[in-house]
Design a protein around this ligand. Sequence first.
Ligand code: DAH
Length: 367
Amino acid sequence: MENIEELKKELTGSIESASDLKSLEEVRVALLGKKGRITEMMKNLASLSPEEKKEMGRGLNILKSEAEAALESRKEKLAAAELNAKLEKEKVDVTLPVRPECQGRIHPVSKIYEEVVAIFGEMGFEVAEGPDIEDQFHNFNALNMPANHPARQMQDTFYIPNLESDNFDDSYVVRTHTSPVQIRTMENKRPPIRVVAPGRTYRSDYDATHTPMFHQIEGLVIDKTTTMAHLKGCLYDFVKAFFELDDIPVRYRPSYFPFTEPSAEMDIGCLKTKTELKIGAGTDWLEILGCGMVHPNVLRAGGIDPDEYQGFAFGLGLDRLAMLKYGIPDLRTFFESDVRWLKHYGFVPLDESSMTGGLSNNGGLAR
Ligand code: DAH
């Protein structure tokens, strides 16, 4: 049998001199593993006389727990040192400028989306969502456009067959506008309601100002005393904030949408010349959105009692807003995925839109 004191000195030395976790583990196995020295000595106890066994056994038990404690504390030290060395090596200087090879740009539509949501968010609107593939109930019927309603023909709809039904009325559509989100919101939320619903919309149309997929944002406000005056004030504040002008002439022209009564279109004052479009000045008018008071039939379809509640809605094209605000002449180029175009019209990723920090913050234009 080895002398326990000697052994203790020796093993303390080898634990302390282990310089990394791997060699420490080797030391542990050599001592306490299945064939380790302490393990072997414990096995050999059986061959000793009862007296010797008792004394040696006690000594070995103490040695074993001392060895375990020493291994544990060395392990903690080595692990901390290894972690520190790793952290030191992987240090990142977050104050360094963005790498020059960073080519990513925010698409103008994403930028407009952020700007519009920032403005309405500041006014207390929440963002609502709905599916791109809709049923005809939400896209048409519930919006006061029953089957064969002439207004359905105003929208060149893409239909998607419903494989479970031969009835055409059961076929799905890719939503032709964001207005179905009005219905989905009413189905899931009790008034007061104040939401905007930005998203993709689809129609079979293609020229310089139309693409089969485009973007709209819908607005819906419902409460007990909401009036057309609130609609006008809200949208006036919106266009001023959006075009970043202190004042801007606006007018409302009577119009027709099946889901609002009365309905209107909002125009903003501008100056059109052969080469330029200047917003906020001049004698010309530019239509920018459709709006109106929510039709009682629409409230009813959404499960809201029109004798108790009323509200307004509006809808506008985000791509058109981007074309106007950033002077982009052809809508089709938005979706051609041409990196040169994106470099010219896109925005630097870190330039966020907010009402306090600035919306478009022209310094952020990647030009
Ligand atoms: N959904 C209409 C369209 O796509 C736009 C619209 C007009 C939405 C008037 C509205 C509204 O909410 O009140 O042409």
